[in-house]
Design a protein around this ligand. Structure first.
Ligand code: CMC
Length: 421
């Protein structure tokens, strides 16, 4: 069978044959037929916007791999910082490389005092931490002279280190401000997840529980990348204009903020709280089927089977609950999942739990307020965003992102004076 596709323009009879590689054919074939012919593809359902070597996702089979390594193996054997290195460099680090990388990240965790005193302190007392996180990322870039030197690989390396190292510091700072607690400085003797938990929770004596430290690291690994999702696409699109990575990351974080994307973990816990008890589950399922409600944490543009991250998160939840006690919303979540997985509405549409269905329950059991959930997603996604940013800058096929449109508005008409309308 030839691995090609032939397209005929019936208006002119012109034909073009182009190769299919990896299930993709170049849309430039259309321009060969007619330079003014475009694909209409709202929400990019049929568009591959780039070539990427970072993350492989098979939505039908429920497979997720970073640089070829199955997510299950990384979640079991690796650490978030090692995974971040893998995403950015393409290979797992040697012992020496990992030591240097961990040292470098650990020694870039502090932020300029003005970020807290002038910038964060300017927010209203009940500002949403995710709104603060988004703005703080953009503001951070203004502290570095070299932030715009995106053509210099060494400058890019520094921005990458800074953003990965400072994301937890900014996140914890936003939380401590929102509850009126003094900010805890980073502690360079702690691991990446332990340092974050310490900055979040330390009041007087505080020691990070190793089970919670590991759970945080696993959650960071699971959220580190997910190929061309809405936030990562925003990162690439903004980066394509040669904006600095802080502004691009702020744009990516803004996309993540929405309830259909990273905001879903927050929406899941709000939904479970509203359902309130197991006996309300059937009524809620009915309201989803009539379109009145949406089952948050279910469904995915790419996964048409169980999200592999949800399986790992479910197991992580069991570990966390041994320390924190069971989240009372878990039983409602399990009942919802059981009903949904046997109901034809969900089965026919291939709607399964996604990464956000159980993650919020863990976060809540660990003491995080729901407002912080999407921030917890944004901290590790930073490494994925930056890996894609770096890849796109080195991709000679990329240019400034600039889709075309299908104009469907009025034809030319004359201006009408306001008195005549
Ligand atoms: N509850 C009820 N019905 C749903 C749901 C849901 N969660 N998700 C999809 N459907 C229905 C949808 O109404 C449509 O039905 P019909 O064919 O009758 O019109 C069908 O399933 C196909 O859905 P779609 O909206 O065309 O699918 P999509 O690929 O555009 O949307 C999604 C994907 C993730 C936005 C959507 O499934 C959703 O809104 N899920 C809830 C929010 C959520 O959990 N988001 C987190 C996604 S994973 C993490 C991340 O990306 O950050």
């Amino acid at each position: 069978m030839p691995e090609t596709i032939t397209i005929t323009d019936d208006r002119t009879g012109k034909t073009v044959t182009v190769p299919i590689e990896g299930g993709v054919f170049p849309s430039s074939a259309l321009r060969e037929l007619d330079p003014n012919l475009y694909c209409y593809d709202p929400a990019y359902l049929s568009t591959a916007s780039c070539k990427s070597e970072i993350t492989y996702l098979d939505g039908g089979a429920g497979i997720l791999r970073y640089r070829g390594y199955p997510i299950e193996q990384l979640a079991e054997k690796s650490t978030y910082l090692e995974v971040a290195y893998l995403l950015l460099h393409g290979e797992l680090p040697t012992t020496a490389e990992l030591e240097q990388w961990v040292f470098d990240v650990t020694h870039h965790t502090f932020i300029h005092e003005n970020m807290r005193k002038r910038f964060v302190d300017g927010f209203h007392y009940d500002a949403h931490p995710m709104g603060m996180f988004v703005s703080a990322l953009a503001a951070l870039g203004t502290f570095y002279d070299d932030s715009k030197e995106i053509d210099d690989p060494e400058a890019r390396r520094f921005q990458t280190l800074r953003l990965i190292a400072k994301a937890p510091t900014i996140a914890a700072m936003c939380y401590r401000f929102s509850v009126g607690l003094p900010f805890n400085q980073p502690d360079n003797d702690l691991s990446y997840p332990a340092n974050f938990l310490n900055m979040m929770w330390k009041i007087g004596e505080y020691e990070v529980d190793p089970i919670l430290e590991r759970a945080m690291d696993v959650l960071f690994i699971l959220h580190a990348d997910h190929e061309q999702n809405c936030g990562t696409t925003a990162m690439r699109v903004i980066g394509s204009s040669q904006a600095d990575p802080y502004s691009s990351a702020a744009g990516a974080a803004s996309a993540l903020y929405g309830p259909l994307h990273g905001g879903a973990n927050e929406a899941v816990v709000r939904m479970l709280t509203e359902i309130g008890s197991i006996d309300q589950v059937p009524a809620f399922i009915e309201s989803v089927k009539t379109g009145e409600d949406r089952l948050m944490g279910f469904g995915h543009r790419v996964y048409k089977s169980y999200d592999p991250r949800a399986t790992i998160i479910k197991a992580t939840a069991d570990d966390v609950f041994t320390v924190t006690g069971k989240n009372p919303l878990l039983d409602i979540a399990l009942a919802l999942e059981e009903v949904a997985l046997s109901d034809s509405y969900f089965v026919d549409r291939n709607l399964y739990p996604n990464v956000d269905f159980y993650s919020g329950l863990i976060y809540q059991a660990m003491g995080f307020p729901v407002d912080m959930f999407t921030v917890l997603f944004g901290i590790p996604r930073m490494s994925g965003w930056l890996a894609h940013w770096e890849e796109s800058l080195n991709d000679s096929a990329q240019k400034i992102s600039r889709p075309r449109q299908w104009y469907d508005g009025p034809d030319e008409r004359d201006y009408v004076a306001i008195t005549d309308r």
